[in-house]
Write a protein of this length. Sequence first.
Length: 411
Amino acid sequence: MDAFAAFEKHINPGLAGLLRFTGLDKVESHAEGVYVWDTEGKRYLDFLGLYGTLSLGHRHPRVVEAVKRQLDRMPMSVRVLVSEPTARLAEKLAEITPGSLSISFFGNSGTEAVEAALKFARILSGKTEFITTQGAYHGKTMGALSVTPKSHYQDPVRPLVPGVKVVPFGDSEAIAKAITPETAAIILEPIQGEGGIRVPMQGYLCEVQAIARKHGVLLIADEIQTGLGRTGKMWAVEWEGVEPDILTSAKALGGGVMPISATVMRPEIGEIYKKEPLIHSTTFGGNPLAAAAALAAIEVTQELNLPERAQEMGRYLMGKLSGLHSAYPEFIEEVRGRGLMVGLEFTDADIGALVVSELASRGVLTAFGLNNPKVVRLEPPLIVEQEHIDACVEALEQSLEATKATLEGVL
Ligand SMILES: *Cc1c(COP(=O)(O)O)cnc(C)c1O
C-alpha cells in the first residue's frame, strides 16, 4: 500500500477525498525554504506555510542547528530540575511581549495554549463566563472548541463548556453589552485567520481593551496565527498599542521545526502558583528541544527584522493581487490582509476551490479558511523574495484563466 492509500485507510478517508479532489493526492518528500517536493519529484511553492507556521520557511538552518545541538545534549527535561532553554525562552517572551506579560505556560499546540488561557482566566478572575466572536478559531480541544463558534465542529460533541457568549467580530459595543458580573474574559484574534483573514477597523482592539478594563474583565489576545511578525509587527496587538492580560502564541513560535505553544500572562499568575504550583501542567510542554527551536526562531526573527520584511513584502503582494482583483471582478470579491497574512475572497466557495486546485497543479500550495471556505489564504514564509511572489501571482492569473475556461465550458 502506498503512503496515500495508508493515510486514506488508516487516518482520514474524508480528508483524503478532499485532497484528491484538489489534485493533492501526493506524498511529501522534503522541503527547504519556500519550497516543498513530493515523492514524484514535483516542486511546490509553499504559500500556505502551514497556516502561518513557517515564517522562517522550511528547515531554517539556524533553527535546525539549535535543535541538533540540544538533541545531542538533552532533548527532554526531567522536570524536577530546571531546563535552561525553557527558562531562557520564558525570559525572552517576557521581554518581547507587550506590557507586563511575564509568566509563560508552555504547551505543544495552539489549542493547549488556549486551554491554559481559559483556565487561568477563570482562576485569576474567580468568574466563569467567556465572550468570543463570530468566525473565531481558537482550536478544537473541548475548552478551545467552546469558544470556536462553528456548529459543524461543536454540535456533534455537545455539551461544551458552559457560559460562552458569541458576539459579532469588529463590534465593540456588542462586547460591552454581553458583559455580565460573571464574565471572566474576552478572547479575540487581532485578525481572524480561519474566519477568512478578517481585519477589524482600526480602533477596535483599543475599544475592546478599554471596555475590558472598565468592567474588570480579562482580555485574551489569541496571537497563535498573527504572532512572531506575520502581520508586520512582532505581535498584531502592537498595531493599536494594546496590552492584553493573556497572550497565546504557537504556530511560528517553533521556527517551523518544532511544535511549541506559549500562554504568556500577567505577573499575578505567580501568586496562584505560590498557592498551588501544579494547578496546570503537562509532561512535554516547553521541552528543551522545542524551547531551543523557539529561542532560535525569535533570534532570527529579530536579527532579520522579519516583521518589517512582512510589511514590505505584504505591500508588494497586495499590490499585485489588487491588479488581479480589477482584472477578475467576477471571481474575486475582495483582497485583504496585513503584512503577509493575506486573504483572497472569491465570489463563490466553489470558484475558490477550483482556483486552489488549479494552483496546486501549477505547483503553488494554498488553502481555504477552515471557518470560511470562500477565502483562500496566502501566508508565505516571511523570508519570501519578490521572485517567489511574482511566480505565485503568475500561477494565480493562469489559474483564474483556467477557471474561467472551465466555467464557460460548463455554462
Ligand atoms: C491554529 C490556531 C489555533 C489552534 O492551534 P493548533 O496548534 O492547531 O491547536 C488557535 N488559534 C488560532 C488563532 C489559530 O490560528
